[in-house]
Design a protein around this ligand. Structure first.
Ligand code: ZN
Length: 459
């Protein structure tokens, strides 16, 4: 089943030609390599952990198959590898000493480093995934910290990907849980795209949509079994993550897989949340908490009748461009982040007249949009339960974030990216403040979570 879907998806991909997922798939590496790259030479790139888990074996399999092998490039296991530009420079300088094709053996960070370093050497590369921890394997671009800012540096996705289920099943539990949260986040990111589409901000691309959304429920419906290490849910998860990456590759944007829940995660990441934790707070864990947060916001928006807005008064109170810039600056203290947020917010700024036009359109499409979004979403409480069953954090204090800071994220995350999401819908309809207040009030969604956390802490 999964092979057929992935092969169909590969028809839409621009960089990746071959994906092989299966129990024992490591043994296929020499054949997959020959089919996609020819004869080599080859250099295995890993870190201390992934070299032990699979890198050594991949190197051996390739050597036994007769390839010329360059000495493996192995990053230290400790401190954990960080996706910062200096690591790309190190690897790139080493790659320039020979002409071997890199085979990355590892997960998110390692793959991103090899992706960009290979590109800087004008070389294609292959990836052997060691954990179902995020959807970046088959995505275009690498998420790297450069000049103090987390950014997506452009570079092609791997030409071929191999994922051995036996290796993935034995990956650390929190890595699999992280991948699950990253995938479940497509529930809210899909809702955001429905909204952007209906408001004629960004049209839905049917291919990019269906690669990520068509099987999302099936890929995510067994979180407890996944946590227990069963093979089928692991296979479903990795299929979903690979398909999600191929969706981004085909649409050439992360819109297919990333909405407001990722804006929460990106903001926290840029502010260094959990960077010094051991293990480091993962991308997926931040996305998971963001997904619950956005699903809860949607619940309140969907309760309201947005075809009954007072457009005149919303238009009158709409900030000017200068006022908007001022308010963004007030919400950020880090200078790099402040400049980035101003740029992104002004890129999506509309005038009061344009706002009124958009809100008139919203009035017209709301009944149909409301139904579509309801169908796309799951209740926030259910998402929370699913994440919990998979072993993911679901509330701010579990990721080391204070409640006040978490509450402020609803307003601040809206400013850091020009992508149109639920946060913009709430902001432009004048409902963001009141919805956030409602969520954190004593009987509100987060108010109840905070109260029960306090009761548990007091026991
Ligand atoms: Zn993600």
């Amino acid at each position: 089943m999964s092979e057929r879907r992935i092969n169909a998806a590969l028809q839409e991909a621009t960089d990746t030609r071959d994906v092989n997922i299966g129990a024992g798939a490591l043994a296929s590496v020499p054949d997959v390599f020959r089919e996609n790259f020819g004869d080599g030479p080859i250099v295995v790139v890993a870190d201390g952990n992934t070299f032990e888990v699979a890198g050594q074996r991949v190197h051996q399999e390739l050597e036994d198959a007769g390839y010329t092998m360059v000495e493996p490039y192995v990053f230290p296991a400790d401190p954990p590898l960080y996706a910062e530009y200096s690591n790309i420079e190190k690897l790139r300088d080493s790659l320039q000493e020979h002409d071997a094709i890199p085979v990355a053996v590892g997960s998110g960070t390692l793959n991103d480093i090899v992706k960009r370093s290979s590109h800087e050497c004008d070389r294609p590369y292959m990836c052997v995934g060691t954990a179902a921890s995020m959807d970046g394997y088959t995505a275009f671009g690498a998420s790297i910290e450069k000049d103090g800012l987390k950014q997506t540096l452009s570079c092609p996705a791997p030409r071929a990907v191999v994922a051995d289920l036996e290796v993935l099943q034995n990956a650390p539990e929190n890595m699999t849980a992280s991948g699950y949260a990253d995938l479940l986040g497509k529930v809210t990111s899909g809702a955001d795209w429905l909204v952007a589409d209906a408001l004629e901000v960004e049209k839905i691309d049917p291919t990019g949509w269906s690669l990520v959304q068509d099987h999302l429920r099936g890929w995510t419906d067994s979180p407890a079994e996944l946590r227990a290490g069963d093979q089928q849910p692991t296979e479903d998860l990795v299929e979903g993550l690979i398909m999600s990456g191929l969706g981004m590759q085909s649409y050439e944007s992360s819109r297919t897989a990333s909405g407001a829940e990722h804006q929460f995660s990106h903001l926290w990441e840029m502010e260094g949340l959990g960077k010094d934790d051991r293990p480091r707070l993962s991308h997926g864990f931040k996305v998971g908490v963001g997904t619950v947060a956005i699903a809860a916001l949607y619940e309140l928006l969907l309760q309201r009748d947005l075809s009954d807005l007072d457009i005149g008064s919303l238009q009158d109170s709409w900030p000017s461009r200068e006022e908007m810039e001022q308010s963004v600056r007030e919400q950020h203290t880090d200078p790099d982040l402040e400049e980035g947020a101003v740029e992104q917010t002004l890129a999506k700024y509309v005038s009061a007249e344009e706002l009124a036009e958009r809100l008139e359109l919203l009035q017209k499409v709301w009944p149909e949009l409301r139904e579509k979004v309801r169908e796309q979403l799951l209740p926030a409480g259910e998402i929370k339960q699913m994440l919990k069953a998979a072993g993911c954090p679901t509330a701010p204090e579990e990721i080391g974030l204070g409640w006040d800071e978490f509450e402020r994220t609803y307003r601040r995350a809206q400013t850091i990216r020009k992508r149109y999401t639920a946060l913009d819908l709430a902001f432009e309809t004048g409902l963001l403040e009141e919805c956030v207040e409602e969520l954190f009030a004593p009987g509100g969604f987060w108010g109840r979570v905070a109260a029960s956390a306090q009761a548990e802490g007091g026991r």
